[in-house]
Design a protein around this ligand. Structure first.
Ligand code: NAD
Length: 317
């Protein structure tokens, strides 16, 4: 099956880079980007783009039929920090959009779905070190609740209706092209911007808060490879643990100082500290590595070099 792809939420941090990568692999005309607004001109002007509200089932069906879509990547969501400010909006967007896509697959209109989950599915009672695939899950944020519920529904639609849905529990994603969209791990992107622009960063998490993180290129390759894997190798239909690196704000500071020795940081934890404290510090992703060959490439120092080099080049444009 040649994938004819619709990306929902294509203007966001991950959706935008995914759109470019999938177009590179499958061709421009086979990858339709969509979002609720024109909030990323690079994406809007880069190929076929549709305005689409992920909560509107009818509009989604019309768009899928218009382009004879067989594969949907559902990237639209309200993230952890914003979700705490608008709990019911986060619930509505994150769950309704998933049902619309799952139901299109159940009806046979589309054949394959990618839907991202998150480390936010875990909670205070989850073991924090090397968090296993199967463990206690009591998420305390509305975002985490929507992701856990989503995982259960994905598995249910696979078991009950044979829907080919694949999912990854992304850790915090670090990238330089598009700004992050309101998550608890956003500091690990902001810090590089501020290091170059101001030589100082005021961090909203405390210095020893360890969280699982990943460079965007690794996240995109994971997404592409889980979707390209033969169906029989995808043994987990809720969502796979996925890991690359794990670090604290203090570790990032040390890494940045190798390039910018004068860089300074202050710490002023806000409401996001409690969210971070409820999440794992490191993740056991051995199932992803065994089942579909996942392997990360970027260490923290690699990420720092990539971020500083690319952001510096972007500033000069
Ligand atoms: P983002 O906030 O950067 O982008 C989300 C996009 O969805 C935005 O372009 C927004 O305009 C769009 N959107 C919002 N409401 C919409 C609607 N009703 N209809 C259509 N589009 C709508 O998010 P992201 O960081 O790119 O995350 C993508 C997915 O990955 C989400 O499901 C998120 O939960 C998951 N995830 C992200 C991270 C991370 O660190 N970025 C970590 C774990 C999981």
């Amino acid at each position: 099956m040649t994938p004819k792809i619709l990306i929902v939420g294509a203007c966001g941090q991950i959706g935008s880079e995914l759109t470019f990568r999938l177009r590179q692999i499958y061709g421009d005309t086979n990858v339709i980007a969509s979002d609720i607004s024109y909030n990323n001109s690079e994406i809007v002007n880069s190929g076929i783009f549709e305005i689409l509200d992920a909560k509107d089932a009818t509009a989604m069906k019309i768009c899928v039929e218009k382009y004879k879509i067989n594969t949907v990547y559902l990237m639209a969501a309200m993230l952890s920090a914003t979700g705490e400010k608008f709990p019911l909006k986060a619930w509505d967007l994150n769950t309704e959009s998933l049902f619309h896509v799952l139901d299109l697959a159940k009806a046979g209109v589309i054949k394959k779905i990618f839907w991202p989950s998150s480390i936010a599915v875990f909670g205070q009672t989850t073991p924090k070190q090397n968090t296993p695939q199967y463990t206690i899950m009591e998420p305390s944020t509305v975002y985490g609740i929507t992701k856990q519920v989503g995982e259960r529904w994905c598995e249910y639609y696979y078991n009950k209706y044979g829907v080919d849905v694949r999912s990854i529990r992304y850790p915090g994603i670090i990238s330089w092209k598009t700004l992050p969209g309101g998550g608890t791990t956003d500091y690990a992107v902001d810090i590089y911007h501020k290091a170059l622009e101001e030589g100082h960063y005021d961090c909203f998490l405390s210095e020893n808060t360890a969280l699982p993180m990943m460079y965007m290129d690794d996240a995109i390759e994971a997404t592409v490879s889980i979707m390209a894997a033969p169906s029989e190798s995808i043994k987990i239909r809720s969502s796979y643990n996925l890991s690359a690196v794990s670090f604290t704000p203090n570790d990032v500071v040390k890494s940045i100082k190798k390039h910018l020795p004068e860089f300074k940081i202050t710490y002023n934890p806000d409401f996001r500290q409690a969210i971070a404290d409820s999440w794992p510090q490191s993740i056991d992703d051995s199932h992803a590595r065994e089942d579909w060959g996942w392997n990360h490439k970027f260490s923290l120092d690699d990420i720092t070099t990539e971020m500083l080099t690319n952001l510096k080049a972007k500033q000069k444009i």
